[in-house]
Design a protein around this ligand. Structure first.
Ligand code: IPD
Ligand code: CA
Ligand code: CA
Length: 273
């Protein structure tokens, strides 16, 4: 049997073409307010474009890889229930839906490929500024074709980015903002960009020294996790445990030095679960 990484490499150009076309679709379909629907939880929106893009990605990837599973944000019925077995694509059709709805022009299409639960490739495309991050395990990360390599900066040397979705806070709001106050005082500045995938990719490009969010879903970080690791960065849960691909978890991505610093700050504020 062909090694799954080889099969991604062989089809890389085609995968990137599919994702690029999905991103262009997002860019050329600004949502009408009447098309916005609410999902479970406060401020958790979905647009017709989220659903259409996911459907399109699933169809086209299925044509390319006849035998593959999916774990997507919007089409939960089509999701692989069996521990992400075999080749599985983790799809976030629009990461940054709230930005998309309000015309921020800061959203992306995010597609990660896993094999038996281990991430092997990641593709994140922002059509608004034409940034395409792409990584295959063992082959490095490229941004618009240029190889990325992270410098091991400390917290004090960089910008900290974080996520705070209202529907995901689960009572940790005070702890998060206490942590963020310390990170603000200990770094160059802080940002909340509204697209976790893009903000984790910005760790890979060196724009952010750290990304922190207390709860994300696998489709939010699947692609970006490979992108950050292949660029020489690290990604784990805030307490240092490995990220999970079958359920939500907290995310701390960044340089080796900065993530160690942030982990010890978080430990002082977060209660054990
Ligand atoms: C959200 C974005 C946001 C993050 C949230 C995610 P969505 O994804 O990545 O930046 O803070 O936790 O749910 O809903 O726009 O795909
Ligand atoms: Ca998302
Ligand atoms: Ca989404």
């Amino acid at each position: 049997m062909e090694h799954p990484v080889d099969s991604i490499i062989k089809n890389r150009e085609e995968i990137e073409k599919i994702i690029r076309s999905a991103g262009q679709f997002m860019k050329s379909h600004p949502p009408q307010i009447t098309e916005v629907h609410r999902k479970e939880g406060l401020t958790n929106f979905v647009t017709d474009e989220d659903v259409q893009i996911q459907k399109k990605l699933m169809e086209e990837l299925k044509n390319l890889f006849l035998c593959c599973n999916f774990y997507g944000e919007e089409d939960t019925q089509g999701n692989d229930k069996d521990g992400r077995k075999g080749l599985c694509f983790f799809i976030d059709p629009i990461d940054g839906t709230t930005n998309f709805i309000f015309g921020y022009n800061h959203s992306c299409v995010s597609v990660g490929a896993g094999y038996d639960g281990q991430m092997i490739a990641g593709f994140v495309y922002d059509p608004y500024v034409e940034l395409f991050y792409s990584a295959v395990r063992g082959y490095g990360t490229v941004l618009n074709g240029i190889k990325l390599q992270i410098r091991n900066s400390s917290l004090a040397e960089g910008i900290v980015s974080f996520g705070c979705a209202r529907y995901n806070n689960e009572g940790d709001t005070d702890a998060l903002f206490q942590i963020m106050k310390e990170l603000y005082l200990g770094s160059l500045s802080v940002r909340e960009g509204g697209s976790a995938a893009l903000d984790i990719c910005r760790v890979a490009s060196g724009a952010n020294v750290v990304y922190l969010e207390l709860k994300l879903n696998p489709y939010d970080y699947a692609a970006a996790s490979v992108i950050v690791e292949e660029a020489g960065g690290v990604i784990s849960q805030v307490d240092g445990l490995p990220i999970t691909m079958d359920r939500p978890c907290s995310i701390l991505a960044g340089t080796q030095k900065a993530t160690e610093e942030v982990r010890s700050i978080c430990a002082r504020y977060l209660r054990k679960k």
